[in-house]
Write a protein that binds this ligand. Structure first.
Ligand SMILES: Cc1cc2nc3c(=O)[nH]c(=O)nc-3n(C[C@H](O)[C@H](O)[C@H](O)COP(=O)(O)OP(=O)(O)OC[C@H]3O[C@@H](n4cnc5c(N)ncnc54)[C@H](O)[C@@H]3O)c2cc1C
Length: 412
């Protein structure tokens, strides 16, 4: 049983931090839990920020992780508007921006990530937005009125979701992407092309393969100039060019970091008694047999739960097939696994694409195909050799392929 004099300090009151507090209690941890977050809000989930909240379909409270009274009811001390500035690992303490020193028995870092700034973007120009926080989502939603000309800089998932929501709110939308294809970092080109067609068919203007030269305006944004000289008139600009993991706090304290804080399968960093979970981590995925840094709801949720269990003394490894979803223009997009350079792409009809490497399924992307993606996740997990022809053949049930894969895996 846990002594009540123990204290877990969680830094970062986002999705991972909030879920970890909940999971600690669920795992029977009886010590103190102190949750520090620099935002003014209680922990919330971000996926709605670019979807229903931007569309005004739900109130901001819909994104909250827990009801307001949950924290007191579960003896979780939540300190919002409090940034943790430093970690003193030897004396097992954190120091807040207002100078408090708080000791911990175990420390969990859920500091997430922040938006990557567009270099050269002018500061304080009205109409120029980033989207990471609830406040930013509310400010953008207030400006998304019909007829406005929106330029989205960055053709990743966030940018494309903003494009989709803005279109629905009556804006005219252009997406500018410096790479030749959308979603260059996360999807093979031929699968990303499907998304480009979806956006084009709904009237989103796509400018790929050209970087932005400058954002122009005087007080308020007027236009975006591209490197090829094109000038796009703009009332609003949303910059969505990726995120940077918030590793500095732990790095300064000596934690190992390589594209995210390096954690082991129990979510332990290289610092004793210090764990990490969510966007900020880089972990080895035994199913994919490689290290990954994931920016997803699933990873924030489930890695945080695993970290909490390990902190509570219940040894549990984190091992899951990565899963991500996005909603755009009335289409639900789901992907499982991760893209790898040079993978073989196989389409199963119009709605599902598979990515194979060395005969194994490593990636599946579905367009309104949740059922198929659920089976594909298990096919990736099986790590079985699969026939591309049979995966592509709509007459062959994926469930049958899974039965064969699991059967061959259990045959000595
Ligand atoms: C607009 C948007 C839409 C998304 N949509 C999807 C989706 O459809 N599907 C999907 O799978 N994923 C989606 N994601 C990604 C998903 O929301 C993130 O992966 C998830 O929020 C990561 O959770 P986290 O707790 O690790 O980090 P974060 O959510 O970044 O939370 C970290 C918190 O820690 C705080 N913090 C950082 N440093 C300190 C410090 N030193 N002291 C105190 N507090 C600190 C930060 O202010 C922040 O509040 C979306 C993300 C965004 C922004």
């Amino acid at each position: 049983m846990t002594s009540v004099t123990e204290r877990v300090v969680i830094v970062g009151a986002g999705q991972a931090g909030g879920r970890a507090a909940e999971a600690l209690r669920a795992a029977g941890y009886l010590g103190e839990i102190l949750l520090f977050g620099e935002e003014p809000h209680e922990p919330y989930e971000r996926p709605r920020l670019s979807k229903s909240l931007l569309l005004g379909e739900e109130p901001p409270a819909a994104a909250s992780l827990h009801p307001r009274d949950w924290y007191a009811a579960h003896a979780v001390t939540l300190r919002t508007r409090t940034r943790v500035e430093a970690i003193a690992p030897k004396s097992r303490a954190v120091i807040t921006a207002d100078g408090q020193r708080v000791e911990y028995s175990k420390l969990l870092l859920c500091t997430g990530s922040r938006v990557r700034p567009l270099s050269g973007a002018p500061d304080g120009l009205a109409g120029v937005h980033y989207l990471r926080t609830l406040d930013e989502s509310e400010r953008l939603a207030a400006e998304l009125t019909p007829g406005r000309r929106l330029i989205v800089i960055g053709g990743g998932f966030i940018g494309l979701e903003v494009a989709s929501s803005a279109l629905k709110r009556g804006a005219t939308v252009t997406v500018v992407e410096r790479q030749k294809t959308l979603l260059d970092r996360v999807l093979p080109a031929e699968i990303a092309a499907r998304l480009a067609s979806l956006h084009a068919a709904h009237g989103v203007s796509l400018r790929t393969g050209v970087p932005v030269a400058r954002i122009q305006g005087n007080g308020a944004v007027k236009s975006v100039q591209l490197a090829d000289g094109t000038e796009l008139a703009a009332d609003l600009v949303v910059i969505g060019i990726g995120v940077i993991p918030n590793t500095e706090l732990a790095e300064t304290a000596g934690a190992a970091s390589s594209d995210g804080l390096v954690v082991d399968e129990q979510c332990r960093t290289s610092l004793e008694h210090v764990y990490a979970a969510g966007d900020v981590t880089n972990h080895y995925n035994p199913i994919l047999e490689r290290r990954v840094r994931l920016e997803s709801w699933q990873n924030a949720q489930n890695q945080a739960i695993v970290a909490a269990h390990n902190i509570a003394g219940k040894t549990r490894p984190y091992s899951e097939v990565p899963w991500f979803w996005s909603d755009q223009l009335g289409t639900n997009i789901q992907m499982v696994g991760v893209a790898e350079p040079g993978m073989q792409i196989v389409w199963r009809g119009e709605r599902v694409a598979f990515g194979l490497a060395d005969g194994r399924l490593r990636l599946a992307v579905g367009f309104d195909a949740g059922g198929e993606i659920r089976v594909a996740r298990r096919l990736i997990e099986s790590r079985a050799q699969l026939s591309p022809q049979r995966l592509a053949d709509g007459a062959v049930k994926l469930k049958d392929l899974l039965a064969e894969a699991t059967c061959s895996a259990s045959t000595p």
